[in-house]
Design a protein around this ligand. Structure first.
Ligand SMILES: Cc1cc2nc3c(=O)[nH]c(=O)nc-3n(C[C@H](O)[C@H](O)[C@H](O)COP(=O)(O)OP(=O)(O)OC[C@H]3O[C@@H](n4cnc5c(N)ncnc54)[C@H](O)[C@@H]3O)c2cc1C
Length: 491
């Protein structure tokens, strides 16, 4: 593993009398292709101790709902059975009002030699990690398994994709040699023979629905048929590679239903760590290659150009989204841990632009409630919002249009940001991610250039219009799909 992935969060010496090495699985919720797991196994080998994988789920996180909770529980259920099959000691803990989480994690850390966790740079995870580090007396290592390239290696902030792209290309060959293990082995480790010192969740004896019925969530957001967990992530990857990827370039921007659109649908699975970027990139690069793909197949003369990875525009287009556009958001969060998740991160030209257009007259103004209930004058926008509320997803092109219109229809940019953040994180399965924020901020001009002519409200921020989308794309399939959605058709 590249050493730049490893962050030592506190400076205690390992407790050699500890009973096990603990992997606290917070973000990369899988037992394969997982750098944190690889590192935890290497520590357990070094101290000749058993490895314990702990996956916990609290009930009080921001934007909590049955929709998000069920998606996570389905992942935990997959992990429970996979751990059993592979011989991992896996303790899953699910908080309910009868089964409070307070003190559980700390107490199992007290018996550990050392603790390893995931260095995901967004949502509540950085704060949870720091909090635990201050409570325990053993070392806590946080491992950056966010992507193929350790975020630390990128250096400074990238203000545009074209700035990050050449850095990715230069770093990729070496980092790709050190990707995570497909099948991490624990055969050299002693096994844990005692009963777990906490009330663990066994999906054989308590169903997901029983758990959901015991929790009262702050947000009333219905469950969706999209299943969580690693198994479903692997099915989607397989479907994408066998049927869709070669149509990515020509078809990804045209709004369609998820079944028809030639996109992967993987973002929520990536967000919850059910699938790793290492394995997606490996599978894509090995597509159609008779022998195993190797670093020598890279077009080293094309550094900075998308063709670096492959000559096929669909393959390089997909990898560019997965590596460049995804990592630019992760890097921003990694470099700015104190970022307050608002418009303060925008560059100076946008701040000046926004000040100049602050008082511009708005032709349509909607309340948050009207927007949430998709009752604007714009039929296409209403459909996008309905898709999000009903399914937890929104097509990428519609997401851009959706964000731009909220800017146009609210009384200030700050209000628009707050509404977009709330809707995206409350309803989208892939929300609460660095790309939630960079996606929303892109609508406010982040990572983009000035556009002309200067317009009302937007100034030089890129403008998007519903009429243009209707002229440009074949929309009927998308419109029929969303119009047909109702709670009855979903279940
Ligand atoms: C307003 C707005 C909000 C967004 N909110 C989120 C969010 O909450 N979570 C999220 O993961 N993405 C978000 N995005 C980015 C993008 O819309 C989604 O990543 C993409 O639509 C997910 O669908 P997919 O998995 O089928 O993508 P594919 O096209 O199959 O791409 C594969 C993967 O590449 C990455 N990717 C693709 N497009 C982008 C992009 N534009 N920016 C960053 N990474 C990308 C994702 O990890 C995605 O899963 C947002 C974009 C906008 C404009």
């Amino acid at each position: 593993m590249q050493k730049e992935r490893i962050r030592i969060v506190n400076n205690f010496s390992p407790n050699v009398k500890g009973e096990y090495v603990l992997y606290w699985m917070q973000a990369y919720r899988r037992l394969e292709y997982n750098h944190s797991l690889d590192f935890a196994i290497s520590l357990a080998e070094q101290y000749k101790k058993p490895l314990v994988v702990y996956e916990g789920l609290r009930m009080d996180y921001p934007w909590n709902s049955t929709r998000i909770h069920r998606f996570i529980l389905e992942g935990m259920e997959n992990n429970f059975f996979e751990a059993e099959e592979k011989g991992f000691t896996y303790w899953s803990f699910v908080e309910t009002s009868k089964n409070p989480a307070r003190g559980v994690l700390k107490s199992i850390c007290e018996k550990a030699v050392a603790v390893v966790t995931d260095d995901f740079p967004c949502f509540i995870i950085p704060e949870q990690t720091t909090k635990l580090a201050n409570k325990i007396l053993v070392p806590l290592y946080s491992i950056d398994g966010n992507g193929v390239i350790p975020l630390k290696l990128y250096g400074e902030f990238a203000s545009a994709a074209r700035i990050l792209r050449p850095r990715i290309h230069k770093l990729f060959p070496e980092s790709f040699r050190h990707i995570s293990n497909k099948n991490p082995s624990i055969k050299n480790l002693p096994s844990w023979k005692k009963t777990p010192p906490l009330p663990t969740w066994n999906p054989r004896t308590k169903s997901i629905n029983e758990i959901l019925n015991e929790i009262s969530f702050q947000n009333q957001v219905s469950v969706v048929p999209t299943k969580g967990g690693r198994k479903q992530a692997l099915i989607l990857l397989e479907e994408f590679l066998s049927k869709k990827i070669l149509h990515y370039e020509e078809g990804r921007s045209n709004p369609h239903s998820p079944q028809v659109s030639p996109v992967s649908g993987l973002s929520a699975y990536i967000h919850f760590g059910y699938i790793s970027i290492d394995e997606i990139v490996s599978s894509v690069l090995n597509l159609n290659s008779k022998e195993n793909w190797s670093i020598e197949n890279l077009n080293l003369s094309q550094i900075g150009k998308k063709e670096f990875f492959h000559n096929n525009p669909s393959i390089y287009g997909f990898l560019d989204e997965l590596l460049t556009w995804r990592d630019i958001g992760y890097l921003m969060f990694f470099l700015e841990p104190s970022f307050r998740k608002d418009l303060s991160i925008l560059p100076d030209w946008l701040k000046k632009n926004n000040l100049k257009h602050k008082e511009d007259k708005r032709e349509h103004l909607y309340t948050k409630l009207q927007l949430e209930n998709f009752v604007t004058h714009d039929k296409l926008w209403n459909l996008a919002q309905k898709e999000l509320v009903f399914t937890g997803k929104m097509h990428n092109y519609m997401r851009m249009l959706w964000g731009k219109k909220v800017i146009e229809w609210t009384s200030s940019l700050e209000e628009a940001f707050e509404i977009l953040e709330d809707f995206n994180n409350k309803y989208a399965l892939d929300g609460r991610n660095p790309n939630s924020y960079t996606g929303i901020l892109w609508c406010f001009g982040l990572f983009d250039r000035p556009w002309f002519p200067e317009r009302n409200i937007f100034g030089n921020i890129r403008y998007m219009s519903t009429d243009a989308a209707l002229r440009k794309f074949q929309m009927q399939e998308y419109i029929d799909y969303v119009e047909g959605l109702s709670h009855e058709t979903l279940f």
